[in-house]
Every structure is written in structure tokens, then in C-alpha cells.
Design a protein around this ligand. Structure first.
Ligand SMILES: Nc1ncnc2c1ncn2[C@@H]1O[C@H](COP(=O)(O)OP(=O)(O)O)[C@@H](O)[C@H]1O
Ligand SMILES: [Mg+2]
Length: 295
């Protein structure tokens, strides 16, 4: 069990653990976030009292079946949707609107305006944010090079494959140097082999650049491959079912017995009737905010 690496260090220490563990401040904190949508005369609750902390450098995954509020939570972090109750804090400040410190990469390929070249697509939000043209151009080329698309800077999106379009979207997002990269099923529309390749490239890019990301998926395998921490959500309304540590899994281990066992365990936690193990983390209200399991 190792939600926080620091807790593991404390547990191994011969000294008694202090009452309040010296955790760093989270980059992003979701605190009892409930979100309702207006629906006809009434409202639909999309998420119910969801809490989680994302630390700098995390690859934090929101995992759950369709309708469990993953996209809603990501939109709320993006500042596009406001919580009905609870709060979202970035570096301790409440999120109230979209900002360049949080950039979203969506699943849809049509997120790239087709009349702009690849380079212009990457430059566009930089210019809109007030970056000078020369600097925007340099940054665009730098990030296109990082995702292996330097040769395609002057191509138009319709000439690119799905995987290449996804790379452009990632380059465009990282060129903005956000505090956190928000990804909503960015590879879901890709064929299996391209999807795998993109997961691999994302991992390599993360190792090289070291950004923080919040990644949404409904694929258990993708969550284990991409994430170092996974929040499991159940639907109607979206609630936290468990939080697991998945840092030791990656593409290299995806065929292993341990990986398969972790995947089965997640499946049971998401879809089984059995209640997860004892609460490990308490919310401010004293209710279990998340349950940790050894994946
Ligand atoms: N704009 C909306 N208006 C009304 N209900 C919505 C809206 N968006 C999502 N919902 C509802 O909120 C719940 C969570 O949706 P969503 O966040 O899209 O889940 P997920 O991304 O996990 O599939 C679902 O029941 C969905 O029908
Ligand atoms: Mg969704």
C-alpha cells in the first residue's frame, strides 16, 4: 500500500511517524466535488463528493465506466464546469475559470483547425496568449521535434494519420507549458497498435520532460500502463471507489502475471459487489474519501 511515497518512507523509519505526515502541498486538490447538471425540470448528479490530490510529476488517472463523471471532473479542473459543492484548488487557489495553466487534449481528431498547418496549429494558442511570433515559432518547432513531427511542420492536418494528429495535439498542449496536462481519452479513437505506440511515446515524453498529467480512460489496461496512481470511479452518480498505486506497471510489464492480477483486481473493485479493503485515507468530513489497495 503506497498512495504517497512519503508514507512508505515513514513506515520504514524506526522513529514513530509524526501525527501529521510532512506531505508536500498537492498541485491539484479535489475536495468533495459534487457536480449536478440541469436536466428537464430537475437535475442529474454527475459526480458525488469526489476527492483526490494530484502531486507534481504525477500521471494521475481517472478510471471508470461510461457515465461515471470522468469528463465532467476533467472539465471542472479545466474550469469549464463549476462544482455544485466542494472545491477544486490548483496550487492552493480555487479554480473558477479556464486558464493557460491547464490545457486539455481531447479524443476528437477535429480539434485541429484544418486550414492551419501543423506549425500554425501549435503556434495559435501561444500567439493568442501574447507570445511573440518568433518565440511562438521556436517553441512550436521545439515541441514538434519532441513528438517526432518536425518534418511535418508545414503539413495540413487532413494529410496526417490519427496518431500524428494526436501527437500534434500533445505538442500544442505542452508548448503552452501548463501546470497540468488534462487528457480525456486522447487515444480512444485510435486503432490498437497506434494506441499502444502513443502510450509508449507519452511515457517517453513524460520521462524526458517530467510534466504532470490528469488522464481519463475507461480502459483498465491503459490506466495501468499510463498512470502511476489510479482513481477508480463508479457511475450514477460518479463516486470514488478506490485509489491504487500503479507506478510499477508500464507497457513492458503489460503481459506479466502481476499486471493481469492488478487488472482483475481493478475489475472486481469497479464491477464486483465486494466492498474494498479498509479505508486508508479519510476526507475532512471523516468519510472514507478513497481506499487504497495493493495493485
Ligand atoms: N451537459 C450535460 N448535461 C446533462 N447531463 C450530462 C451532461 N454531461 C454529462 N452528463 C451526465 O453526467 C454523467 C457523467 O457524464 P460524463 O462526465 O460524460 O461521464 P464519463 O466521461 O465518465 O463517461 C452522465 O450521467 C451524463 O449523462
Ligand atoms: Mg467521457
Amino acid at each position: 500500500m503506497n498512495i504517497f511515497p512519503f508514507q512508505a518512507a515513514l513506515a520504514a523509519s524506526p522513529l514513530p511517524a509524526p501525527l501529521s505526515a510532512p506531505l508536500p502541498a498537492p498541485l491539484l486538490r479535489a475536495q468533495d466535488v459534487s457536480i449536478d447538471y440541469a436536466s428537464g425540470a430537475g437535475s442529474v448528479r454527475a459526480t458525488h463528493q469526489v476527492s483526490f490530490d494530484v502531486y507534481e510529476g504525477d500521471r494521475f488517472v481517472l478510471l471508470g465506466p461510461s457515465g461515471c463523471g470522468k469528463s465532467t471532473l476533467l472539465k471542472a479542473v479545466g474550469g469549464f464546469v463549476q462544482p455544485t459543492s466542494g472545491g477544486l484548488l490548483l496550487r492552493g487557489r480555487r479554480i473558477v475559470k479556464p486558464g493557460p495553466d491547464r490545457i486539455v487534449v481531447f479524443q476528437e481528431f477535429d480539434q485541429l483547425p484544418p486550414w492551419k498547418t501543423v506549425r500554425q496549429n501549435v503556434m495559435f494558442p501561444l500567439l493568442a496568449g501574447g507570445v511573440k511570433k518568433k518565440e511562438a515559432q521556436a517553441r512550436a518547432l521545439h515541441w514538434l521535434d519532441k513528438v517526432g513531427l518536425a518534418r511535418f511542420a508545414d503539413a495540413y492536418p487532413h494529410t496526417l494519420s490519427g496518431g500524428m494528429k494526436a501527437r500534434v495535439a500533445i505538442a500544442r498542449a505542452l508548448a503552452m507549458q501548463p501546470d497540468i496536462l488534462l487528457m480525456d481519452e486522447p487515444f480512444a479513437a485510435l486503432d490498437a497498435l497506434t494506441r499502444r505506440r502513443m502510450q509508449e511515446e507519452l511515457q517517453a515524453l513524460w520521462e524526458e520532460v517530467g510534466f504532470t498529467m490528469l488522464f481519463v480512460t475507461h480502459s483498465i489496461e491503459e490506466a495501468l500502463v499510463v498512470g502511476n496512481r489510479i482513481l477508480l470511479l463508479s457511475p450514477h452518480p460518479g463516486r470514488v471507489r478506490a485509489e491504487i498505486d500503479s507506478h510499477r506497471f508500464g507497457l513492458a510489464s503489460s503481459g506479466s502475471e502481476a499486471f493481469q492480477a492488478a487488472a482483475q483486481r481493478i475489475h472486481r473493485l469497479l464491477f464486483g459487489d465486494a466492498q474494498p479493503a479498509a479505508p486508508d485515507r479519510e476526507s475532512a468530513a471523516g468519510e472514507p474519501a478513497a481506499v487504497a489497495v495493493q495493485a
